[in-house]
Design a protein around this ligand. Structure first.
Ligand code: NAD
Ligand code: DAU
Length: 337
């Protein structure tokens, strides 16, 4: 099978490509990525040495870019990881979220129709369901929970979900969706809580904790998310949504304290809260589990592995903080085969 992975120079797409090549899960992988600030060719350095892998720089919201890849590569399936993914950025500058996360998905869906009813998987998020009250138990989001997004980011992801499901029903396009909880692991951009905290701790700066730090997220090691997507691609029923999560709720303060303890130093400070800050996420992943998926990496082990990775890959995150990764990305401007 030849899989087109969009957004593969980012955190989860990069993990997906590395796992798929390592475990011989695909005959060929083609990556298309715009290389926004969040795309990093260093993340793909292993894949670029593999003859089964090809990279194209392109924008999912640009029909010409997308159709060029479809014409040259004729993928059997598309997994769309490409997105603007950071809630804080969506609050500051929403418009690019609409372009990439909504229009971009529309362009990909049209290409899938035009080039032979290509199998399409949309990587979505638990944030489309909005939030839950703090302290609740047994009230996790199911696939039937109403969509109540809070931020421009989550509203754009919910819009894309609806569009993808409409293409399934109206045109019979073989579409599946996964809505996953918070991921963590190697290669995550240091704007998100866990790598942001780690890089602050390692540089001797206090970790900024929004509000009271009581907000709760449901954490999943990125490789476990990637395994769920692979299984949904193989066994998932077209037109269906699959919730994916770690059954692993932790408050932000618990996470930050665990990181300080794992590194053996560090401190945090409370800062102004995020506007519209979702209180708590909790995902019921029973439907994905019914396909035979289960998270393999417990939070404590995943956190240790993540801390060890950031400690031993200083050049990766320091290249982001000093901006030098941008120059490396420039070498890949234009299509590359
Ligand atoms: P990321 O920001 O690390 O990576 C996004 C990638 O998409 C980058 O390589 C970027 O260059 C690329 N990209 C952005 N706009 C593009 C465009 N217009 N055309 C082509 N490429 C473009 O994001 P991530 O954390 O890896 O998230 C991947 C997907 O998973 C997103 O769709 C996100 O909504 C979803 N998701 C993320 C999490 C999480 O915790 N990180 C959880 C659930 C779902
Ligand atoms: O739930 C899935 C979502 O998880 C994905 O769809 C998003 O792409 C991904 O970014 C993530 O969204 P969050 O908003 O939950 O992640 P973030 O790392 O930005 O924040 C996690 C929690 O930590 C949140 O409650 C806000 C808080 N936080 C975050 C930052 C960056 C802080 O307290 N301080 C910070 O500096």
């Amino acid at each position: 099978m030849k899989i087109l992975v969009t957004g593969g120079a980012g955190f989860i797409g990069g993990n997906f490509i590395a796992c798929a090549l390592r475990e011989n899960r695909a005959d060929e992988i083609v990556c298309m990525d715009k290389l926004t600030y969040a795309g990093n060719m260093h993340t793909l350095s292993g894949a670029l040495k593999d003859p089964r892998f090809r990279f194209y720089r392109g924008d999912i919201a640009c029909k010409k870019d997308v159709e060029e890849v479809f014409r040259k590569e004729s993928p059997d399936a598309v997994i769309n990881f490409a997105a603007e993914s950071h809630v804080d950025r969506s609050i500051a500058h929403p418009s690019v979220f609409l372009k990439t996360n909504v229009s971009g998905v529309g362009v990909l869906l049209d290409a899938c129709r035009k080039y032979g009813n290509v199998r399409f998987h949309q990587v979505s998020t638990d944030e489309v369901y909005g939030d839950l009250p703090l302290g609740g138990k047994g009230d996790a989001f199911t696939e039937d929970s109403p969509l109540r997004p809070s931020s421009p980011y989550s509203a754009s992801k919910a819009s894309a979900d609806l569009l993808a499901l409409a293409y399934s029903r109206t045109y019979g396009l073989p579409v599946t969706l996964s809505r996953c909880s918070n991921n963590y692991g190697p290669f995550q951009f240091p704007e998100k809580l866990i790598p942001l905290a780690l890089t602050h701790i390692l540089r001797g700066e206090p970790v900024p904790v929004y509000g009271t730090g009581e907000n709760v997220r449901d954490w999943l090691f990125a490789e476990d998310h990637c395994a769920a997507i692979r299984l949904i691609l193989q066994k998932g029923e077209p037109g269906r949504v699959y919730n994916v999560g770690g059954r692993c709720e932790r408050s932000n303060l618990e996470v930050v304290r665990a990181l300080i303890s794992a590194v053996g130093k560090g401190e945090y400070t409370f800062v102004a809260d995020r506007p519209g800050h979702d209180l708590r996420y909790a995902i019921d992943p029973s439907f994905a589990e019914s396909l035979g998926w289960a998270p393999k990496v417990p939070f404590e082990e995943g956190l240790q592995r993540t801390v060890a990775w950031y400690l031993s890959h200083e050049e990766w995150w320091k290249g982001i903080l000093d901006g030098s990764y941008r120059a490396y990305n420039k070498e890949f401007y234009g299509s590359k085969r």
